[in-house]
Design a protein around this ligand. Structure first.
Ligand code: TEU
Length: 546
């Protein structure tokens, strides 16, 4: 395994269910990942993050774990995972497992025991509360509805911040923490190289009181969250050659500095999602609104400068398995030439930022939203709940499909497009979710054959991070933040300056009179004519430091 500073690494996220199927059952599997390791090594990434592959009833596609020690047979076996780890390590790739320890499936043995009786030793593993006049609090689940479910076996409510089949664990109970650390150490001893911690900033619940909103203030970055994460660090991965990233729901820059300052021994890096809510109308996800570029630039730069100056570490990303495809969201997929141009510019803007970049499967070939036309094509529990909620609010079918078409998590969960063969070469069976109809032109095979493809832009950007310390260690200076089309920033390191200039719109953008135009060209994606940078054009210059 190549030894290199994890801060110079790039992570590739795999959603195994949609990556590559080798059994013909229409769902991706671990052996399918093994078959594509040469492709991932050629792309140049360093880590592979697999979303959950443990035993699960799959109500939330694996984020509802029923046994942390077993691999869901739909993905394969522990022997397959062992072979995957060995084959990845042989190629200099490392593997991160997704670990969901804010909640378990209600099919987990702990929960089944807990709901048997109020005297169960597992009762206090969860939040069961007696309440005579309805749910204990008015908190809302992130998947819709109240966050408390009445359990008629013992006539009490239990807390579920997500789906009703995902019961929140009580981290205040030391036995819960000990049992979870045992799980982490099992997978560390198995040989994995890192963890992605699902909604880890929600594990410390404070008071249980009614909220003016949906209740986030009582459990987001909760009162003991840093204490718990530090303890987890010390009891499991802290002193190992291991990389961790925490998914932080609705968090703050200050907390993320605390989560990632090395001396605090908590996590290596964190994801936040504020930049991916700039197309939410009045903060509401299930709306159809064009994104606000100024907001996007401001949020990204606030987090870049804030975390950098605070000595923390960002995970930087456009897409994941919960988000729409970035080229459809912040670029354009309406015109083939502009799809390629905008996808490359989005890659340039992200990969030259400070932090660890994440590439979500298919992003490297500019996969788009599938633009489903029927609710029957959707699979995601969050999206189906939203459909019924919007229906009950009186929205008509087409309005709802437009909103889902823009925001649904299924947008990124359609099968990986490997070739122009049937089902995009993903499966010889019937895929669990429809393949995007553009697979015959947008696929890995075509991308590898086209030296000007989006794929080779990603490959070039990954290589730049590996070979130029300025990308990893440079500071970041926002420029021309008021420009309505351009996204411009500098990176500075040891007397060197890189200037990133990107036109984030489908119209030519007038360059500021005083912007630097002379320098060594690092990347060129588009031309400047008469002082205008072409639509979705971008360039990166190495210029004299001021
Ligand atoms: O997602 C956390 C989360 O807040 C999600 O609701 C996500 O931000 C939202 O869907 C975006 O609109 C994590 C996992 O990534 C997600 O797949 C799981 O469903 C969720 O936790 C529960 O485990």
């Amino acid at each position: 395994m190549k030894e290199q500073d994890w801060k110079k690494s790039v992570v590739y996220q795999i959603y195994p269910k949609s990556f590559n199927d080798t059994t013909g059952n229409g769902e991706g599997d671990l052996r399918g990942i093994i078959d594509k390791l040469d492709y991932l090594q050629f792309l140049g990434v360093d880590y592979l993050w697999l979303t959950p592959i443990y035993d699960s009833p799959m109500n939330d596609n694996g984020y509802d774990i029923s046994n942390y020690y077993e691999i869901n047979e739909q993905f394969g076996t522990k022997a397959d995972l062992r072979e995957l780890l060995d084959a990845a390590h042989t190629r200099g790739l490392k593997v991160i497992l997704d670990i969901v320890i804010n909640h378990t499936s209600t099919e987990h043995e702990w929960f089944k025991a807990a709901r048997q009786s109020k005297e169960s030793p597992y009762r206090d593993y969860y939040f069961f509360k007696n309440s005579q006049d309805g749910p204990p609090t008015n908190w809302m689940s992130k998947f819709g509805g109240n966050a408390w479910q009445f359990d008629d076996q013992t006539e009490e409510y239990y807390l579920h911040l997500f789906d009703v089949t995902q019961a929140d664990l009580n981290w205040n109970n030391e036995n819960v923490r000990k049992a979870l650390y045992k799980i982490l150490n099992y997978w560390i001893d198995f040989g994995v190289d890192g963890f992605r911690f699902d909604v880890i900033n929600l594990i410390s619940k404070g008071a249980f009181e009614d909220s003016e909103a949906i209740g986030k203030e009582f459990y987001t970055d909760g009162p003991r969250v840093h204490e718990y994460i530090h303890e987890m660090n010390r009891k499991t991965f802290g002193d190992k050659d291991f990389m961790t990233v925490g998914e932080m729901s609705s968090t703050t820059i200050d907390h993320c500095i605390q989560y990632t300052q090395p001396e605090r021994q908590e996590l290596h890096s964190v994801f936040n999602f504020h930049h991916l809510k700039v197309d939410y109308k009045d903060g509401e996800k299930w709306t159809n609104q064009k994104f606000d570029l100024q907001q996007l630039k401001t949020i990204l730069m606030d987090w870049q400068t804030g975390i950098y100056e605070g000595g923390g570490w960002n995970a930087i990303f456009w897409c994941n398995h919960d988000q729409p495809r970035v080229v459809s969201r912040f670029g354009t997929d309406l015109d083939e030439a502009m799809r390629k141009q905008s996808a490359k510019t989005l890659a340039i803007v992200l990969h030259l930022l400070q932090g660890t970049p994440y590439i979500y499967q298919g992003e490297e070939i500019g996969m788009t939203d599938p633009h489903f036309t029927s609710i029957a094509q959707y699979r995601d529990v969050e999206s189906l709940n939203a459909y019924h909620s919007l229906k009950s609010q009186g929205y008509d079918e087409q309005e709802i499909l437009t909103i889902l078409g823009q925001k649904s998590r299924d947008n990124s969960r359609t099968p990986m497009q490997w070739s122009a063969d049937t089902h995009a070469g993903f499966t010889t069976g019937t895929p669990w979710i429809d393949v995007s109809p553009n697979y015959e032109t947008i696929n890995v095979e075509a991308a590898l054959e086209d030296q000007n493809s989006i794929f080779y832009m990603y490959k070039q950007l990954i290589a730049l991070r590996h070979t130029h310390d300025i990308v990893t260690y440079g500071n970041i200076v926002p420029r021309y933040m008021g420009h309505e089309q351009l996204f411009v920033y500098e990176r500075n390191y040891e007397g060197q300056t890189w200037l990133v200039v990107a036109n984030m719109t489908n119209e030519p953008a007038k360059l500021p009179e005083d912007i630097e135009r002379e320098g060594d060209i690092i990347i060129e994606n588009g031309t400047v004519t008469g002082g205008y940078l072409e639509p979705y054009g971008a360039y990166v210059l190495s210029i004299e430091s001021k």
